[in-house]
Design a protein around this ligand. Structure first.
Ligand code: GDP
Length: 367
């Protein structure tokens, strides 16, 4: 089901397939339905549910992934009808974030987002807390069912309470980690080192550009979401001024709000920068849509007031016609290829030009 045109739906589905592959799935087949709104009971319409069931049988699929956020009951109904696991876009993205988070803070943020997603979807029997809580707490996995808990408390209630406790603990921990980061940040602003944040859609080439600009060995992966934890590198301008360059978390269309919430503190760091270098993938079928999606998230964390330098990347692989169109659309953008290095010197100059100048002290020498 989709709100947009057929093209939008196909792009979104292609991206969903890429996301699923990033999560380690093998994608077998796709199905698109045009409707005014999702079916309240089963997300796709009744007829399509049957088609879906048939597709599951013929392909031997073990999971159905839907390109949207499903209500808990839609999820349950679809699972009952198709007899396989049903995952929505949000759960998929959360799963990928969980696999890729590396720092302690990143991991805590993802776990918080997962638990907040899980809480309203928790069902009665059979559903234990399992991996999300790391097995802490009492009697995990006992699976006794209703009646075996404290007086008047069902298993579901116990689970909910444990999740809520864990959520509060995670929130506290994350708050503590944020303070540490703020101290670091304060030090930076005392030193008055300008900060440049590299933002952009997932897979646009942010890490590759960071490597090109600083010569640092940041991990580059041909997978969505390679970058979850911000990486900061030092760089110097041609006249010797120091500045920092930070790679930010990957952005993606319809970023689940739990993720935006969980990563708010990390994303807010972008709002503290002096310049946003917004990287766009010139080979993407709909770069404008990518730019819109990224700007939306930037606005959500208050980073839309910062000066923005648009950078169209992957010019080595993009077609001429698209590049011409984008040049007309964004006359101030810088066109580069992180791959072969073309335009990177120009980009460095464009960044330098936009960095705040240190206040100049004039010492008058009087006769
Ligand atoms: P990020 O998610 O924005 O940090 O993107 P990465 O830097 O990890 O790059 C994502 C993928 O795009 C990788 O497979 C890179 O090799 C590829 N890539 C990055 N820059 C370029 C470029 O200029 N040209 C081409 N053809 N591929 C690129």
């Amino acid at each position: 089901w989709t709100e947009g045109t057929q093209d939008d739906a196909e792009n979104s589905l292609t991206e969903l397939a890429a996301l699923a592959e990033t999560a380690g799935s093998q994608v077998l087949e796709g199905l698109i339905q045009r409707r005014h709104r999702p079916d309240p009971a089963t997300y796709v319409g009744r007829g399509k549910v049957e088609d879906l069931g048939a597709m599951v049988l013929s392909t031997g699929a073990d999971t159905v992934i839907c390109d949207g956020e499903l209500s808990p009951s839609q999820l349950r109904n679809l699972e009952q009808r198709t007899k396989v696991k049903v995952v929505d876009r949000t759960a998929l993205i959360l799963d990928i974030f969980a696999q890729h988070a590396k720092s302690k803070e990143g991991k805590a943020q993802v776990e918080l987002a997962q638990l907040e997603y899980l809480l309203p979807r928790l069902r009665g029997w059979g559903e234990t807390l399992s991996r999300q809580t790391g097995g802490s707490g009492r009697g995990g996995g006992a699976g006794g069912g209703v009646g075996l808990r404290g007086p008047g408390e069902t298993k579901l209630e116990t689970d909910r309470r444990r999740i809520r406790n864990r959520i509060s603990r995670l929130r506290r921990e994350i708050k503590g980690m944020k303070t540490v980061r703020q101290t670091k940040r304060a030090r930076r602003s005392r030193n008055a080192v300008p900060a440049v944040a590299i933002a952009g859609y997932t897979n646009a080439g942010k890490s590759s550009l960071l490597n090109r600009l600083t010569g640092a060995g940041v991990l580059v992966e041909n997978a969505l979401f390679a970058t979850l934890d911000p990486t900061t590198r030092k760089a110097t301008t041609s006249d010797g001024r120091l500045y920092t360059l930070s790679d930010t978390v990957g952005f993606v269309r319809h970023l689940p709000h739990q993720i935006v919430e969980a990563f708010r503190s990390t994303l807010e760091e972008v709002a503290d920068s002096d310049l946003v270098v917004h990287v766009v993938d010139g080979t993407h079928p709909d770069p404008e849509e990518q730019v819109r999606a990224v700007r939306e998230v930037l606005a959500e964390v208050g980073a839309d007031r910062l000066p923005e330098l648009l950078v169209v990347n992957k010019t080595d692989a993009a077609d001429e016609e698209t590049l011409l169109r984008l040049k007309r659309l964004w006359p101030d953008a810088v066109f580069v290829s992180a791959h072969n290095g073309r335009g990177v010197d120009g980009l460095r100059e464009a960044i330098e030009e936009r960095l705040p100048r240190p206040a100049v002290e004039v010492h008058a020498v009087l006769p």
